[in-house]
Design a protein around this ligand. Sequence first.
Ligand SMILES: Nc1ncnc2c1ncn2[C@@H]1O[C@H](COP(=O)(O)OP(=O)(O)OP(=O)(O)O)[C@@H](O)[C@H]1O
Ligand code: SF4
Length: 268
Amino acid sequence: MEAAVEPGNLAGVRHIILVLSGKGGVGKSTISTELALALRHAGKKVGILDVDLCGPSIPHMLKVQGQAVHQCDGGWVPVFVDQAQSISLMSVGFLLEKPDEAVVWRGPKKNALIKQFVSDVAWGQLDYLVVDTPPGTSDEHMAAVDALRPFSPLGALVVTTPQAVSVGDVRRELTFCRKVGLRVIGIVENMSGFVCPHCAECTNVFSRGGGEELARHAGVPFLGSVPLDPKLTRSLEEGRDFIQEFPSSPAFPALSSIAEKILNETPI
Ligand SMILES: Nc1ncnc2c1ncn2[C@@H]1O[C@H](COP(=O)(O)OP(=O)(O)OP(=O)(O)O)[C@@H](O)[C@H]1O
Ligand code: SF4
């Protein structure tokens, strides 16, 4: 029997994907956003929970910055990104008076907000909830895992860049997942080379293959390598739907194949 769906909880969410990275700036919010767009493109209903409280970038990436969240009987109503309401988003960015206001909170306050985001948002029926987390492993990650665990299946997607230092940080992320009993859906290597727009030659700006090697070593699935793609950067800056608008751009095949692997891994 299916659990009753109460407004303001996650009982109507079929799969929760926690997006993690060892370091900042490796493209965690980018992968979260593009994954949500690719899953939507595949006909799924998707929510995004942005718990990167000190650097909430997803409202800007989806061009909904500055919007206000409203209260309903069941709690907060998330912001809908499109008219069809196929992507909903909750972020601390919607609660700040100014979009560039700094969140200078101590741990307990951050943890309380994360718990509130889980329990007090009327997510409704979703196929996937993508949760963008801060870099590293902190109290906020523990708070998110503790609050989300009752609403499993809960899995982690780990984002890295090819450089060894970032890969080293990813090892710590994998250890964190193991310690808290979080299933690793897979590793994504982002910023894997630059494809020349003139001749399509791929230059490995950093090293290449670290993510795949690490996945093999750790015995977790490798989901794909996303190249640096100026059209992707621009889409995120302008809040455009890269998946819809740029199917012939170099990052598109990798992003759609990652979404496809996740769809196969998490049947609905
Ligand atoms: N594959 C890519 N191609 C082009 N630009 C990218 C790619 N991945 C990320 N970027 C750009 O790199 C910058 C950092 O990405 P993003 O904000 O997603 O990183 P992050 O890991 O979430 O950072 P933080 O954890 O510090 O918030 C952004 O400007 C984004 O547009
Ligand atoms: S990869 Fe080739 S075509 Fe592209 S910029 Fe370099 S030399 Fe020019």
